[in-house]
Design a protein around this ligand. Sequence first.
Ligand code: GLV
Ligand code: MN
Ligand code: MN
Ligand code: MN
Length: 405
Amino acid sequence: MTGSDGRASRSSFDRQWADLGGIGRSEETGGYRRYALTGVDHTLREWFAGEAAARGLELTTDRMGNQWAWWGDPDITPGIVTGSHLDSVPDGGAYDGPLGVVSAFAALDQLRAEGFVPARPLGIVNFSDEEGARFGVACAGSRVITGAMTPERALGLQDGEGVTMAEALRSAGRDPHTIGSDPETLKRIGAFVELHVEQGRGLIDLGQPVAIGTDIWPHGRWRIDFPGEANHAGTTRLTDRHDAMIGLASTVLAARSAASMHGCVATVGKTLLVPGGVNAIPSAATAWLDGRGADENAVRRMVTEITTAAGEFGAEVGEESWTPTTRFDAGLIGRLQEVLPTAPLLGTGAGHDAGILATAGIPSAMLFVRNPTGISHSPAEHADRDDCLAGVEALTAVLAELLNC
Ligand code: GLV
Ligand code: MN
Ligand code: MN
Ligand code: MN
């Protein structure tokens, strides 16, 4: 344990939280709109670089633009890494992502205030584009550096306006040709511990402020394109219509019953109707399906059923991403349990960069902080300050243990 009163981490946490609070926040909804390769993203990256500089940390940027701030001798490898992401879903909460980055800097400040001397470097990471809110594939930053997504695929992804990631990189002053897998950066990570706000009700039910993550449900995203024919809303008989929206609506209901049948969850949270006029029958409709569940085969069966339902309307279904079941490193979990003997173990249905690193063979684990609303990906997401500070304290203790040898 850190054996201190935690004053350094408390003031560091409060100051960082206040600094970040206004960046990318919608006045209208109170939610955050922090999307990859936008002006808001640039401001967040400057904030991260500023925090690194203020602490005299070495700032590096990898081949996908993820930012790393290093404390300690870079010649000693590998180091121990913590951190998370700063981007958000549309109208996301304040905690999903930033809590892990802020807690990482606060834990480092606490270790320094205690005069702790790390035996190996500590890295703090800000992963790019974790939510995939703009380009569609979640955890794009960690997927590309680990080789789980090719640079060609990433560069060709398009946002809602048809802007490719390659174009967005150029507009942000970066060279798209430099992106790719980054074994040099990965070599510096001996273990990764991501602290994250809990995104469900697990810790409410357990009556605990902090849990140790065990696994992530298998999950994926699919794009479903429905054909149709544009025509006049007033003059076209019902029997003459070829309305793309009917297929979409029917498939959403089929997804709901397939999810229920197979013990999974399915969400269509984003759609596109063409041409998008109130008085025009849609000539095309696109639905993006998010499917998850505890059992990989059950998720696959659910998606097969949804594909069949969509196929009845002539739709094409394409897999945009698939992340198999992730189990965090048993040895690392064991060490976290030694440091945090009262923390319960908890799995999650939410995806994280820690899952991508784990799949790439990097020993990874997570800490979850209680969310008293049980709501996430919404402005209603919350964590009490005391629980956040309990999370920082837990992370500090874990880092002290992992950096000790
Ligand atoms: C990302 O937060 C996801 O799990 O969708
Ligand atoms: Mn999220
Ligand atoms: Mn997150
Ligand atoms: Mn996530």
